[in-house]
Design a binder for this molecule. Sequence first.
Ligand code: UD1
Ligand code: UDP
Length: 371
Amino acid sequence: MKDHILVLLGTRPEAIKLFPVIQRLKAENVAVTVCATAQHREMLDQVLKLAQIAPDVDLNVMTPNQTLDHLSARLLNEIGEVLGRVKPTRVVVQGDTATAMIGALASYYHRIPVSHVEAGLRSGDIYAPFPEEVNRKIVCSIADQHFAPTPRAASALRSENVPEERIHVTGNTVVDALILAKAMVEADPCMSSRWDGVREQHGNRRLILVTCHRRENFGGGVLNIVKALETILAREDVAIVLPVHPNPNVRDIFASRLAHHPRVTLISPQEYTDFVSLLSMSYLVLTDSGGVQEEAPTFGKPVLVMRETTERPEGLEAGTALLVGADYNKIVGETFRLLDDEQSYAAMARSHNPFGDGHASERIVKVLLHA
Ligand code: UD1
Ligand code: UDP
């Protein structure tokens, strides 16, 4: 049977991490169907537009403040219907979202083999990140091709008895995406000058880039984080730039507590290229995001990870990231240390990315086409 690869994506990070793979696949002589579940809407569309990818199928499943059970039930029905109609020979899923997990399950029900991009990340705690740790384990138990971003991720797969010949260490495709985005910014004067107004507004204050959206932090965690940011903002020498995730569980708290502060720039989710520019001009990063942890080391930006644990310990081991949880004292203490102690800052601000070398999608497509 002739190869027909269906690439499934639903959220912003999946689109960012899969667009380099899709672009490469499309350059080959192979049938490719891109199916967007649109578990995210605006945030997904932003990336697809930038990457000039028009999905062949769009399931448009997002509803405001969707619950995991409703989202998953809907995804299973709709993805199953697409698989029955399109009949691909292989399905590619990325990461640990509901789209990836249900996509793998639906493929299994249709007896279609699954390739897993960004395989082998493990925190060891099924509730952190929730529900992503279990999502990726489910994908792992179904997939027959595992694209591990790092040797550590490959070891995790081996320890779960995934056969060696099914594991491919490729690097993380986020580094490929980052390199492509950097090149776009450098080639376009409008993109390069996108943040001139913000630079002007905050003068020579050091910019702290903040992102926050994880389910584990909803409620008390987000409140601690906001309180810590307010304490940090009492200093005149810093400003905060915060692209707010549209999930109402975080959006409303940031908007009500921080929107009117003169040293806070609260903005909607940014184009990937604009976010990459923000990263490059920031002094340090406070985040609970997975992808941002993987990107910051390319620019040598210290990352304070607002999680109790991380499935991406490579940054901690390299000394460029530190776990601070959603803990007020740790967030404030470590931020002040990086602002006031040049040696501590220099020790973390090393520009080396342990997550990838920019050639992950090349390696993945090679395996997809010649396996
Ligand atoms: C999802 C993923 C998470 C990933 C995150 C990236 C799951 C279970 N979680 O979490 O792993 O880190 O995406 O951001 O798959 N919304 C909008 N517009 C958008 C996107 C989201 O309004 O473009 C709002 C909607 O109210 C939506 C809500 O955010 O219902 C939550 O979206 P959902 O995909 O369920 O969860 P995330 O927290 O985004
Ligand atoms: N990102 C973006 N615009 C923004 C904020 C983040 O393009 O305003 C990118 C960021 O560079 C990273 C990805 O979104 O590649 C991370 O997505 P998110 O934090 O939503 O999800 P996670 O990585 O935690 O799954």
